[in-house]
Design a binder for this molecule. Sequence first.
Ligand SMILES: [Fe+2]
Length: 385
Amino acid sequence: MNIDFSTANRIIFGAGELLTLRKIIDGKYGKRVLIIKGRKYPNPGTLFSICEDAKVKWTYFNVEQEPDIETINQAVRLGREKECEFVIGFGGGSVIDTGKAAAALLNNQGSLLDYLEVVGKGKPLKNPSKPYIAIPTTAGTGSEVTRNAVILVPDKKAKVSMRNAYLLPEVAIVDPELTYGIPRTITGVTGMDAFTQVIEPYVSRYSNSLVDIFCEDAIKKSASYLLRGWKDGSDYEARDNISWVSLMGGLALANAKLGAAHGLAGPIGGMFSAPHGAICAALLPSVMLVNAEALSIRGSHLEKLSRFKDIARWVTGKENANINEGIEWIASLCENMRIPRLSELGIKKEHFPTIIQKSKKSSSMRGNPIQLTGQEIEKILELSF
Ligand SMILES: [Fe+2]
């Protein structure tokens, strides 16, 4: 059993834990902070008063949408101009990722493109990032404990990662209370992103015993709480558990990679403005089906195949459930939460060849339990259409 596990330096989880920030920033990281946040949601009032109370001078930067190169550059310019000594990200995955990239570039020379995978030079960072405190306010990406930031490159119509161990935040504060006001449509798609992020690492070719523990727990909790939280936003027990699943997903994907759902969601997200979680959810059942078929046809993958059976048992609660029953259970969860199909997300069949070609270069595809053929990837897209 060989395991190499890394995560944020400190993880704090629990309803109301935002308030622990006061102690955390007390004289430890400096007197000037760059706060990266969403424009509308959530209300940063508590965050601002915590900073004032700790005598930390704040400057904020609003992230309006998924970050592109210009967004990151603007945040870095502001941080340099105000001589910020540390960074806080307070928002959804886009905000958390902007904070990661900005904290890294504030301490490193060169442009963002030097460090981007696929479309850039993919250089490693020389220096550690400025201390970064990630406070997610949605439950989905788990980005507060991962080492990559997803960035949109509009002229290449691509979404790519900046990836480095220095991107792991100094502190992750996961306070489910911050997600309590999120509307149903967002709860559904972000929750399905989290669910996909505990399924793909569990069957990944890089799966390991430590990550398995997180995935098993979080797959069972997803099955129990996703629909409950979607149906009733004031079901706080469900909300808390969905936040937990999101955190487990971050821990899992950062240490065992993902698979074809994310391998396809990357290029699709670069080409269309559909929400990441909706794309993952639309793809997940067909990715599982095609992977299970490929694993059973091409033998010698029995251990991986048995993991699909585990998932079927955990989600259905039936000890003898077969793989197809598990996949059908997940497909009906998507239907119940009214997750759109790929065709409803603006994707046309004529885009399939480009999506397939781009997906083969994506880093997530390398985690898929078996290397898929172009035809198999096309089948996934057809079945999710
Ligand atoms: Fe994801």
